[in-house]
Design a protein around this ligand. Structure first.
Ligand code: S3P
Length: 214
């Protein structure tokens, strides 16, 4: 369906595009040489929890490659997340997101930041669990909302009462984050570096705890 819009979209101004059209799409992630010691780390959590910023630091700490599923969706569809929502609605976005996550199963040596609603679909939850250790990045609702509303690019918060929408979605999703995650990290009041280090420690502990024979 999105293919039909690409022609229309191609005539839109470049500003706001996920990738300038002269740039090549990034190659899909492949195996990474130092991936054997540490599992992949998958970051889940609500909008504004800092998955991308923390994920980049975690990638620097571990030597893993950083991947953002929203960026991959934008690249695969050839337009920004906001444009996908505007043109195809949430359903189209979720379909594209599901394809991207399914395509990452089997990848090694990555830190993967997922979109806040990726946990809503069961195949995505299964994909995340098979990709690596799943870390739920959480914070108190006021901090989350303050960070999430700094960017006006989040289509789901473009409502008359963004805080009400935010609280509603958070209430619906908290249990799903909890059920999907191997562990939760509360980032309230912490800097991104501290959060990244905490996730790394928890990942190692999780890995030791889930290793066969332990
Ligand atoms: C969404 C969160 C966004 C993005 C899309 C939908 C959600 O990602 O995937 O706008 O449903 O919560 P971030 O969590 O990175 O903002």
């Amino acid at each position: 369906m999105l293919a039909r819009w690409r022609k229309k979209i191609a005539r839109l101004p470049v500003r706001g595009w996920a990738r300038p059209r002269h740039q090549k799409a990034r190659q899909p992630p492949g195996p990474c040489e130092n991936a054997t010691m540490l599992p992949n780390i998958v970051l889940i959590g609500f909008m504004g929890c800092g998955k991308s910023s923390v994920g980049r630091r975690l990638a620097a700490l571990t030597g893993h490659r950083f991947i953002d599923s929203d960026e991959m969706v934008a690249q695969s569809e050839g337009c920004s997340i906001a444009e996908i929502f505007a043109l195809g609605g949430e359903e189209e976005f979720r379909n594209a997101e599901e394809k991207v996550l399914a395509g990452l199963v089997g990848v090694a040596g990555v830190v993967l930041a997922t979109g806040g609603g990726a946990i809503l679909r069961e195949p995505n939850r299964a994909a995340m669990k098979s990709i690596g250790a799943v870390a739920w990045l959480d914070a108190d609702p006021d901090s989350l909302f303050e960070r999430a509303s700094r960017s006006h690019r989040r289509p789901l918060l473009q409502t008359k009462d963004p805080r009400k929408t935010f609280d509603h979605l958070l209430a619906l999703r908290r249990e799903i984050y909890e059920a999907t995650a191997d562990f939760r990290v509360d980032s309230t009041g912490l800097g991104h570096d501290q959060v990244a280090q905490t996730i790394l420690d928890r990942t190692m502990r999780h890995r030791a705890g889930s290793a066969p024979g332990q």
